[in-house]
Write a protein that binds this ligand. Structure first.
Ligand SMILES: NC(=O)c1ccc[n+]([C@@H]2O[C@H](COP(=O)([O-])OP(=O)(O)OC[C@H]3O[C@@H](n4cnc5c(N)ncnc54)[C@H](OP(=O)(O)O)[C@@H]3O)[C@@H](O)[C@H]2O)c1
Length: 283
């Protein structure tokens, strides 16, 4: 059985939708069953990562498990991931497919890339076969970097290979279906790497916005829109940009196309599909 977490969210939701459409039986782990009711064809277990007894109801020996990362501070993320991995390992999970981040490493600049690496290590240490899907920054995250149409951030002239969450969901579904991906690490990136300046200009040319970018390293003016905990996670947002500046987010691969058969889509599609996200960048 394939077990999918995060299906009430974007990446897990797209993966679950594709698996159900192709007739693959799946079990969902969700925190709110009502929000998963539209997945008519799936078994549903209600559990939070920090509820081992409930998670254990959903993961059985030999299952292939998609593990979404939780979007929290470094320590909170690691605590919940540790509980989930331990429970899945104790249940005898056959493989964990973990949603990680490009250039994850203990000495990565980006705070979240450190916790992603530590989670990968946790899964290796638990002895469960794995597939790691290391993604770039989401195209959907880009609008949140602007406040009133302006991004003041320390990304310098470094570039990022913004990736589509829909493409990631398709890649997740592909690796869940096929055990041959065990032991592999893929880098799921967009088709090109753009600087913040180039990103602003690209979006402006497509949808008529007037987005601007300045290379500024100042926590006082750094935008915190979209962060689940704007105070505790401000420094992680800063390191997101400093890691761009030093080239830790610029990888471009063809792994999405290799896994799904469809080339990764550029940020153009996201801007054209969701122009309001770039037009209404809050204050
Ligand atoms: N690469 C990037 O640019 C980037 C940007 C932001 C976040 N991320 C990471 O990528 C992940 C997936 O992205 P996404 O867009 O699909 O996120 P999303 O739409 O926010 O979905 C996150 C999913 O994780 C579930 N979840 C959160 N905490 C949980 C917990 N403690 N126990 C069980 N389930 C939990 C959520 O459940 P509920 O619906 O109940 O909340 C939701 O289904 C995020 O969670 C975050 O860690 C990456």
């Amino acid at each position: 059985m394939i077990v999918v977490t995060g299906s009430t969210g974007h990446v897990g939701g797209e993966a679950a939708r594709l698996l159900i459409e192709s007739g693959v039986p799946i079990r969902l782990i969700v925190r709110d069953a009502v929000r998963a009711a539209h997945f008519g064809a799936a078994e549903i277990t209600v559990a939070d990562y920090n509820q081992p007894d409930a998670v254990a109801q959903a993961v059985h020996a030999g299952d292939t498990v998609f593990m979404v990362s939780v979007y929290e501070t470094h320590d909170e993320r690691l605590g919940k991931h540790e509980q989930f991995v331990r429970t899945a390992a104790d249940a005898g999970a056959g493989r964990i497919v973990y949603l990680s981040f490009i250039n994850s490493a203990l000495d990565a600049d980006f705070i979240h890339a450190v916790s992603h690496f530590e989670t990968e290590q946790m899964i290796r240490d638990a002895g469960v076969p794995f597939t790691f899907l290391r993604t770039s920054l989401y195209q959907a995250a880009v609008p949140f970097f602007y406040v009133d149409g302006h991004a003041a951030a320390p990304a310098g002239t470094g570039s990022a290979s913004w990736v589509s969450r829909r493409d990631i969901g398709a890649a997740v579904a592909a690796v869940l279906r096929d055990e041959n991906h065990a032991g592999e690490t893929y880098e799921l990136t967009g088709p090109e790497a753009l600087t913040m300046q180039q990103t602003s200009e690209r979006v402006n040319s497509l949808i008529g916005t007037t987005l601007t970018y300045d290379d500024v390293d100042d926590l006082a003016t750094l935008g915190t829109r979209g962060l689940p905990d704007p105070v505790a996670m401000k420094e992680s947002r800063r390191t997101c940009f400093t890691s761009i500046a030093i080239g830790q987010q610029s990888n471009v691969t063809d792994h999405i196309e290799r896994l799904t058969g469809i080339p990764a889509s550029p940020i153009d599609r996201h801007a054209l599909n969701y122009p309001e996200q770039f037009r209404n960048t809050g204050s």
